[in-house]
Each structure stands twice: as structure tokens, then as C-alpha cells.
Design a protein. Sequence first.
Length: 116
Amino acid sequence: MELTLYDIILTPVVTEKASQMVDDLQKITLKVHLAANKKQVKEALERIFNVRVKDVNIIIRKGKLRIFKRIKSQGSRVKLAIITLKDKESFDILTQAGAGMQGPIAPSITSEDKQP
């Protein structure tokens, strides 16, 4: 399966621990595609967000087994990437996706636009 740059990075992880890692250690935690490896994650970040990556650590979290009325279900696996940026590199992944937008999302209606 061939992954594009935009298929590799799925979502940022927004937890208290992840935000503390950003502030203290300059490490960003992202959910990535299960088939992606460290080199692909590093290349995708450097090319999409124009930052320099120092190190990439991968964690594969197994899905949780749930049992409800003798019915077993297995949660899905998640691959997390903890990215360490080089010195003085930073970016805000939550706001950079909409950086090209100008003004509010919905047009504002002024009193002049209203019909009598």
C-alpha cells in the first residue's frame, strides 16, 4: 500500500500529557497511519510543515478488550509518533492547517445588508 504524505499523519493527540510535552520538551505527539514508519513520518512532517525534525519515536498501543454480556470486542490499534523538533523549531499543528484562511469562516451580516 503506497502512502502519500497526507495519509501518514492522521491527527494530533490533544491530552494534558501531550500539551505538557510540547511546552517543556518541544515534543509533539501525533496519531499516524499503522503502516507508516519513522522515516516516512519524518519526511511528511518536514515537507508539509517546513520544520526540522531531530528524532521520531513510535508507540503502538494495542486495542482494549471489552466484554459485555459474554460478547468480546477488540478495540482498534493506534500508532502514535512522538516527534522531537530541532533547537528553536516550533509550530502549532492545530492552527497551522487553516493558516491560509483570511477573515471569519462565515460572512458577517451588517445592518446595511438586511432587507427592510
